[in-house]
Write a protein that binds this ligand. Structure first.
Ligand code: CA
Length: 233
């Protein structure tokens, strides 16, 4: 799941014909589409699977796209393209400041959709590209993290934890996902175990970069890595 395979696109749409065409076009463009037609299933799936982009129909059975978009945005910055059947809806959507990255109006050509997907992924990529602005160096063999002259030594668990988050900046990992990655033998560990390792990890990283916040808690969702200046307040 962490490998740089094809980008996963969630198609949240209840028009089966449209979905079939979109799936074909997206797959041909090198993406891996996943289809959900039930509005209630979108958010749980996104939390669990962390797709690379979401095509979100405004009118879905179970739960509408406004609601879904807000919910996703409260915990994730995954690119979202809203798809609506009515042009006049777009103004309303823009006014609501849902945080979507783009809007497409139906009927839409699959070619157009793929072009927009590409454009949005390109536009949002720099923020999630690993390491290009990171001042950190991770030594996988000694479990050390360095920056300039300074370095800290991490425990095995701390290192794996940090490495997992660090490799995918901006991506939110749930505690469960982190446990899965870190404890290969899947022995019983609680959410609290992860929290306490994160706490220690943060302390060590603060010795390296005191002005920077590296590991962010996302309420109700988990943790993500991102280099950000600490809020002085
Ligand atoms: Ca619909």
């Amino acid at each position: 799941m962490t490998t740089a395979g094809p980008k996963r696109i969630l198609v949240a749409e209840d028009e089966v014909k449209l979905v079939r065409v979109l799936e074909d076009y997206l797959a041909n463009a090198g993406y891996r589409p996943h289809w959900i037609d039930d509005g209630l299933k979108v958010v749980p799936w996104v939390r669990q699977e962390a797709p690379d982009l979401i095509l979100l129909d405004l009118m879905l059975p179970g739960r509408d796209g406004f609601d879904i978009c807000r919910d996703i945005r409260s915990a994730s910055r995954v690119p979202i393209i809203m798809v609506t059947a009515r042009v006049e809806e777009i103004d309303r959507l823009l006014g609501l400041e849902l945080g979507a990255d783009d809007y497409i109006c139906k009927p839409c050509s699959p070619r157009e959709v793929v072009a927009r997907v590409k454009a949005v992924l390109r536009r949002t990529a720099p923020e999630t590209a690993p390491s290009d602005e990171s001042p950190l160096e991770l030594d996988v063999r000694s479990y050390r993290v360095r920056t300039g002259e300074r370095q800290v030594e991490l425990t095995t668990v701390e290192f794996h934890l940090f490495h997992t988050l660090y490799r995918e900046p901006g991506r939110i990992f749930s505690r469960e996902q982190l446990m899965d990655r870190i404890y290969a033998d899947r022995r019983i560990v609680s959410d609290r175990t992860i929290d306490s390792h994160i706490k220690k990890l943060r302390k060590k990283l603060a010795e390296l970069l005191p002005a920077e916040e590296l590991i962010h808690s996302v309420y109700g969702a988990g943790y993500r890595y991102e280099l950000q200046l600490k809020d002085p307040g």
